[in-house]
Design a protein around this ligand. Structure first.
Ligand code: FRU
Length: 491
C-alpha cells in the first residue's frame, strides 16, 4: 500500500483530541453573526447541501462539513432533519470518511429513495499529493429507522473514465423507464467542464454510458454539482461551472451557478437547451440541489462560494445554507420563492406602514433587527431605495432605478466589506419593473426575493452590533410589513 498523502486538515472527527470538539463548539456558539433559522454548522465549515429528501415523513438535509475550523479540509456529511421544513433537529455525522476509497473526504452527492431505503450517493475523494487525485462514486444507505451504513461493496464506481481528470464528482441519480442514471460533474483531460453519465439496472451496478451533450456556450474548466428535474413538462439542468467570465449582469462571483431549460433525452445523451440563466444574482450562492416533496420542487443552495475570509473565521465556523426555496415554472424561467413552511417561523409584526414621497424609517431594536422578514410592495413609478442594517456607521442598500428597470444590491456601505475583489454590487434588469421585494434577514445573511422570485440575491453581510433601521425611500406608493423570525435550528 502506498503511504496516504497527509496534511493536518485531512483528519476526521474521530481523530479529535480530547476536549477539542467541545472547545470548538464553545468558541462558535455565541458568535454574533450566527444565523438562527438558516441551517448552519455548530462549528467548522459548511458548504454544499447534499442528499436532500422527503423520506418516511421527514425532511432530510445533509451538508458538506469540515469540523476543525473555518476552512476547507476533510469533508464529512453532516445531517439535520425536520418534520415541517422549518424547525430542524441536528443528528450525528452521517458519513465520516474513514475508508481508503474516501481517504480525503466524502464529497457531495444526492439521494434517491429505492424501496424503503434512502440511497445517499456521494464521491469518495482521494488525493495522492497536493495536485494528483482520484474519485470514486460511493453509496451510504439510510433505513426507515434513520440508521445510516456504508454500502459493503463500495465503491460503486472505481476511478474515473478515460478522457477525464480526477475531477469527477457530485452524483445526481434518477430513474427513467426502469433504468437508473447517474449524472456527474467532470473535467475533461483538456481541462474543460462537462457532465458525464453512468447507467444501472438496480442503482448498485453501474457502467459508463457517455458524456451528456449540452448545447451551451459556457465551457469553463470544471462543472460541479449537476442537478436535473422535470417541472410541469419542462426539463431543467442546474450545474455550477467553474472558470466562467463575468458577462453583463451575470457571473460575477468566483464560481457561479446556471440553470438551463430544455429537453433531456438521456438515452441519446442529449440535453437540448432552449435558454439558460444564472440562478441567483447575489454574492454568495453555489452548488444548489433540488428535491421533490409534497408535489413541490424545492431547492437549497450553499450561501457561500469558494475560499473567502469572513469576520466569523476567528470563531471557527463558516457559512450556512440558503432557506428552502420553492421553484415555480413561468414559461421557461424558474421563479424561486421562500418555501411556505417559513411562515411557521414568522413571529410578531415589528413595523408596518406605507410611504410616498419622504423617506420612511422602520426602526428595529438591537435584538429584533437580527432575524426578520420584510415584505415591501410598491407601484414603483419612481426610483426607490431600501436600506437594511442602517445606522450612522453603515448601511446595505437595495436600489431601484425606474427608467432602467434595474435593481442594484450594494454592500459597499458596510464596515466589514467581504469578497471586495469580486465587486460590491450586483444588478438585475427586470422585465416589467418592480412590484415587490421580500427580504429574509438572519444575523449575517440577507436573501432578497424580487417580484415573487423573478430574481433572487443571496448575500452574506456582517453588520455591526448596534441599533439598526430599515429605511425606505420612494416616491411611489409603497407598503411595508416587517415580522420577526424565530429560531429554527439549535446553536
Ligand atoms: C462544490 C464542491 C463539490 C465537491 C464539494 C467538496 O462546492 O467543490 O464539487 O463535491 O464541494 O466539499
Amino acid at each position: 500500500m502506498t503511504t496516504r498523502y497527509f496534511e493536518p486538515k485531512y483528519r476526521t472527527i474521530l481523530e479529535a483530541k480530547e476536549g477539542e470538539l467541545e472547545a470548538l463548539a464553545n468558541k462558535s456558539a455565541y458568535d454574533l453573526w450566527k444565523p438562527v433559522y438558516h441551517i448552519h454548522p455548530q462549528y467548522g465549515l459548511l458548504n454544499d447541501p447534499n442528499g436532500l429528501a422527503w423520506f418516511k415523513g421527514r425532511y432530510h438535509v445533509f451538508y458538506q462539513w469540515y469540523p476543525y475550523g473555518a476552512y476547507h479540509g476533510m469533508k464529512h456529511w453532516a445531517h439535520v432533519s425536520s418534520e415541517n421544513l422549518a424547525e430542524f433537529e441536528r443528528h450525528p455525522v452521517a458519513i465520516t470518511p474513514v475508508e481508503d476509497y474516501e481517504s480525503h473526504g466524502a464529497y457531495s452527492g444526492a439521494s434517491l429513495q429505492v424501496g424503503d431505503e434512502l440511497y445517499l450517493f456521494y464521491t469518495g475523494n482521494v488525493k495522492y499529493d497536493k495536485e494528483a487525485r482520484d474519485a470514486h462514486q460511493c453509496l451510504a444507505i439510510m433505513n426507515e429507522a434513520g440508521e445510516i451504513r456504508k454500502y459493503e461493496k463500495n465503491p460503486l464506481i472505481e476511478g474515473v473514465p478515460e478522457g477525464y481528470t480526477g475531477h469527477v464528482r457530485d452524483p445526481k441519480v434518477f430513474e427513467q423507464n426502469g433504468t437508473y442514471y447517474m449524472l456527474l460533474g467532470a473535467q475533461r483531460e483538456n481541462k474543460t467542464g462537462a457532465i458525464i453519465v453512468y447507467q444501472s439496472p438496480d442503482a448498485l451496478n453501474w457502467s459508463f454510458y457517455g458524456e451528456l451533450s449540452v448545447n451551451i456556450d459556457l465551457e469553463g474548466y470544471m462543472w460541479e454539482c449537476p442537478d436535473y428535474f422535470e417541472l410541469e413538462g419542462k426539463d431543467y439542468l442546474i450545474f455550477s461551472p467553474q472558470g466562467i467570465d463575468p458577462s453583463g449582469e451575470n457571473y460575477h462571483n468566483v464560481f457561479n451557478t446556471v440553470y438551463a431549460a430544455g429537453t433531456l433525452n438521456i438515452e441519446k445523451l442529449q440535453f437540448e437547451v432552449e435558454e439558460y440563466h444564472e440562478l441567483d444574482k447575489g454574492f454568495d450562492f453555489y452548488a444548489p440541489q433540488s428535491f421533490e416533496a409534497d408535489g413541490k420542487r424545492l431547492l437549497y443552495g450553499w450561501a457561500g462560494v469558494g475560499e473567502v475570509n469572513f469576520p466569523t473565521d476567528e470563531n471557527a465556523w463558516a457559512h450556512c445554507l440558503t432557506l428552502p426555496r420553492e421553484l415555480v415554472r413561468k414559461g421557461n424561467r424558474l421563479l424561486q420563492r421562500p418555501a411556505d413552511s417559513l411562515s411557521l417561523l414568522q413571529g410578531e409584526l415589528l413595523a408596518e406602514g406605507s410611504t410616498q414621497g419622504a423617506g420612511q424609517e422602520a426602526l428595529l431594536d438591537n435584538t429584533t433587527a437580527k432575524a426578520f422578514r420584510a415584505l415591501i410592495s410598491t407601484t414603483s413609478t419612481s426610483d426607490m431605495s431600501v436600506q437594511l442594517f442602517e445606522s450612522e456607521n453603515e448601511h446595505f442598500e437595495i436600489r431601484y432605478d425606474h427608467d432602467a428597470k434595474k435593481v442594484t444590491v450594494d454592500r459597499s456601505g458596510m464596515t466589514h466589506v467581504v469578497e471586495a475583489a469580486f465587486g460590491t454590487t450586483r444588478e438585475v434588469t427586470l422585465e416589467n419593473g418592480l412590484s415587490e421585494i421580500e427580504v429574509l434577514v438572519d444575523h449575517s445573511i440577507a436573501e432578497i426575493f424580487v417580484n415573487g422570485g423573478e430574481a433572487v440575491f443571496t448575500c452574506r453581510v456582517f453588520p455591526l452590533n448596534e441599533e439598526k433601521k430599515v429605511a425606505i425611500t420612494s416616491n411611489s406608493k409603497t407598503n411595508y410589513g416587517i415580522y420577526s423570525m424565530k429560531r429554527g435550528i439549535s446553536r
